[in-house]
Design a protein around this ligand. Structure first.
Ligand code: SF4
Ligand code: SF4
Length: 179
């Protein structure tokens, strides 16, 4: 078993997969995204082709709803296996750039999304508080979690990748402009 799968408590059970497709037919993401196939994630990993899954953008479309795992007739820990693969992808600097944005908002505000006008109105409508109180406490707590889990290091890799990509795009634009 790949080392990263040891993060899954107990046995993933992936070698017991008989490709019935129950995980895929139950998956809410697979209904909307034809490229998203948890059944293939399992068989590729069981047959030593996990790199293909780790490098795939589709891996990040999992909503962690656990339906696949609850319904698998072989008791395979599909959802937890996918999370372990996302963790491995992040360690390799492959987390999607949009997560770097979420991390940046978290670092600044202690919240997972910005308090834009629409969000404020919805919170008011639902009778929720405005979240303006003690933002510094939230930021401190988030910083502590980031420091202790090492998440900053993972996202430095993503930010670095994003910056390199932007630099390359700007250079290409300049070259095109100079022609
Ligand atoms: S439901 Fe379980 S046994 Fe069936 S394909 Fe998915 S992982 Fe394999
Ligand atoms: S946990 Fe992920 S793979 Fe499993 S059913 Fe939910 S969205 Fe699909």
């Amino acid at each position: 078993m790949e080392r990263f799968l040891k993060e899954v408590p107990g046995d993933t059970g992936i070698n017991a997969c008989y490709q019935c497709g129950t995980c895929m037919s139950s998956c809410p993401t697979a209904k909307f995204d034809r490229k998203y196939r948890p059944r293939l994630f399992v068989i590729k990993t069981a047959s030593g082709r996990e790199d293909e899954v780790i490098k795939s953008d589709a891996l990040w479309s999992c909503t962690t709803c656990y339906t696949c795992q609850e319904r698998c007739p072989r008791g395979i820990k599909v959802a937890e296996m996918i999370m372990a693969m996302q963790n491995e992808a992040a360690r390799q600097g492959r987390a999607p750039e949009k997560f770097a944005r979420t991390v940046s908002v978290l670092q600044k505000s202690g919240l997972t999304s910005e308090l834009v006008g629409f969000v404020r109105k919805q919170r008011e409508k639902l009778g929720l508080d405005a979240l303006d109180a003690t933002p510094e406490v939230r930021v401190d707590v988030v910083k502590k979690i980031f420091d202790e889990t090492g998440i900053n290091r993972l996202f430095e890799k993503v930010k670095g990748r994003k910056e390199r990509k932007e630099k390359k795009e700007n250079e290409e634009k300049k070259e095109e402009g100079g022609v």
